[in-house]
Write a protein that binds this ligand. Sequence first.
Ligand code: CA
Length: 224
Amino acid sequence: MRVLVVEDEVRLAAYLKRGLEAEGFAVDVAQTGTDGLWMAMEQSYDAVMLDIMLPGMNGYKVCESLRKADNWVPILMLTAKDGEYDEAEALDTGADDFLSKPFSFVVLLARLRALMRRGSPERPASLSVGTLTMDPSTHEVLRGSELLTLTPREYSLLEYLMRHPGDVLPKTDILGHVWDWEFEGDPNIVEVYVGYLRKKIDAPFGLETLRTVRGVGYRLVPDA
Ligand code: CA
């Protein structure tokens, strides 16, 4: 799941990025309202965390502009408690939820997850592809009745594949959704992680459900 953090306080942005990445999210950061708006329009995010006081364009304006452009990405607004800006206004401009600073990371994570669930009601509570099942609320992954242990990155990659069962997903799409937008390392990292996943979801069960489509990407198919 890919999240955009629009926050000009560099240390807070870095803290959020680190924390969310540790939870398996791919995180992009924008430090001005104008950059944030541009990135949210150009890329597809599963949620946006939006500060209010931002250089360039304030958070209300960013939110309003996105909604006017028919962009309905779930937005969590970060409001300051000093009263200058209030929460009602955040909701009026089209934000889905707000969180007052300072906030605890645990609360933020819970709100973000709730928002992503609510923002996409068509998504099933639990995902399944053949005998492989995933519960996004508990992060449990099962092959049949066997519980699999995945790292946050492996989980994130599998979640992306499971949300598009049967589709051929280009390596660049996978990179964009599972790693950062600005990822500048070796794109073969995708191949490496596909290999890790196969060792967990397929090989022990004598299956080959995570297929390579040569020259294009990868697809996850149900086992028979
Ligand atoms: Ca700010």
